[in-house]
Design a binder for this molecule. Sequence first.
Ligand SMILES: Cc1ncc(COP(=O)(O)O)c(C=O)c1O
Length: 467
Amino acid sequence: MATSKSSVLSRRAFLSTATSAGIATAAGVSHAAVTPLALTPGVISGQSPLQQIPISTARYAGRVYDFDTPYDRKGSDCSRWDGAAAPYPDGVFKYGMGVASQDFECAPCITDALAERIAHHNWGYLASSARESLTNEIIKWNGERNALDLDSSQITMSDGVYPGLIAALRAFTPPGGKTLIITPAYSGFYTMAREANIGTVDSPMQRINGRYEVDWEDLEAKMTADVHTLIVCNPQNPTGNVWRADELERMGQLALDHNIIVLADEIHADIVRRGHRYTPFAGVKNKAVVDNSVSFAAISKTFNMAGLKNAYYYSSNPALLGRVNQQHWPDINTLGVVATEAAYKYGGEWFDQANAYMDDTHQFIEDYIADHMPLVGYTRNEGTYMTFVDFSQVIAKLGPDELRAKYGRNTTEEAFQDWLVYNTGVFTNPGSWYGTGGDGHMRFNIASSRLVMQEVFDSMASAINKI
Ligand SMILES: Cc1ncc(COP(=O)(O)O)c(C=O)c1O
């Protein structure tokens, strides 16, 4: 990756410098330069007068953040770069474009709040007041950004979307039952169903006029008596659909008509491109449809805090919420609460800039593929920082059987994953993991510096155009 601009970290060096090394923002502010032991509550010592302002809205207002300078995460035990590289020989894996985490340095309010908390040297149990203040921030963010009117009695805290969704699948599915998934969809839904010991049914979307569209006839036909839940991924990972209110309502009405409960996974809620608008499933007009749903959310994609394990789910229907709660132990951890609350309170401007940057990166990729990769197909994203790219013509030229034989993988897309790593250094996720309709495709995570994305696409174009 752009070695001229980024330093290569050893794991030990990373751990010893992670809290003291900062990257200058475009405004010239070094926002991660924190020495935890020198802290007094609310005031960072040894910094510029601007940064002496206690952690507050004023401290972060008007800053301009730099997402272009590559932030090297290698050696930090991160799954996107370190975990994904592990199966490959040294030097082969160059670009981690898989796992859904961002390569950006996080919002400074998060590091500052964590540093302040770390200066207090005790890690006993959290008081319930901490949950209450976090819940208030959740309500405020959803109210201000998504016009969603939540009440604290409707919300259950969780340490991830996974635990909540697994609890719901268990709660609503009798033995032999199934969940219905609109595909291509997040591979984790199949993992969750396995964990809950239930079956899955796919309803593949159709690509019409450059957009993935629900096949309504197929969706209804799949709503058989053994299907008890419909997972609605809103926005949809990996295709990037930001579902419109009319689409959500239609999915919800069909589910209601067939005695199926909607489980709305809205972890990608905030990452929406210009010209599109996220509608929470719980925001649709039909109250009966909303009352037939439970929504699962987190701010962990928005601010890249998946490792801090903080999420929540909610429902306007106390009976449905109660059934999920019965299967779920609502624990959260102290650092996660501190970081999440800081992000909600002070991180809005950082996120808006990150989101605009990622939107431009989507556009860069669309233009790059159109201009330089004639064998590659592209569908425009409406949201999320994933993109699902069609390599079926490339795979056809390489020969699916030859690819599988050479790399010894189960699916053609897994074998093509290896081909890409060995021939271009680029690691992506195989489309075959995302259910029916994923064949021939690879999922890219575009939440990286555009300098890195340029290298990624240059490397792929040069290898693919030689086939
Ligand atoms: C749609 C979707 N749901 C859930 C998750 C995982 O959620 P968590 O890490 O909170 O368990 C992801 C992660 O990529 C995702 O894309």
